[in-house]
Design a protein around this ligand. Structure first.
Ligand code: MN
Length: 129
């Protein structure tokens, strides 16, 4: 099953690794380097899932997630936060801003795709509260 995944990540190496791993599993990856571009692409692509870095230029991932959740067509799209922040409360902050899950960097190449595919198999069809 291949899906379209939007990757919003400003770090080139992280983009490269995530793209490589997802493409190996047959997924199509489109990436943006900042929030405003990511939001624009999300609206035109209507991706199956969004991978969202939290530490981004221009606006942080929390703000991006909140904006994405305010767009009708993206209200049910799985958003997974990917962040190197090791701060207490980060997971809660990600979830509160509309993300479905939180993955810590550095990403583990052995489990990364499996963690993401969970959200592709059971695409939530109910509205995000
Ligand atoms: Mn970053």
């Amino acid at each position: 099953m291949n899906h379209t995944i939007l990757l919003i990540e400003d770090n080139e190496q992280n983009r490269y690794l995530a793209t490589f791993l997802l493409e190996q599993h047959g997924h199509k990856v489109v990436s943006a380097k900042d929030g405003p571009n990511g939001i624009m692409l999300a609206q035109t692509l209507n991706p199956d899932l969004i991978l969202l870095d939290i530490q981004l230029p221009l606006m942080d991932g929390y703000a991006v997630a909140r904006m994405l959740r305010n767009i009708d067509s993206l209200r049910n799209t799985p958003i997974i936060a990917v962040t190197s922040y090791a701060m207490v409360g980060d997971r809660e902050k990600s979830l509160a801003s509309g993300c479905n899950e939180y993955i810590e960097k550095p990403i583990n190449p052995n489990t990364f795709v499996t963690e993401i595919e969970r959200f592709l198999i059971s695409k939530p069809k109910t509205g995000y509260p």
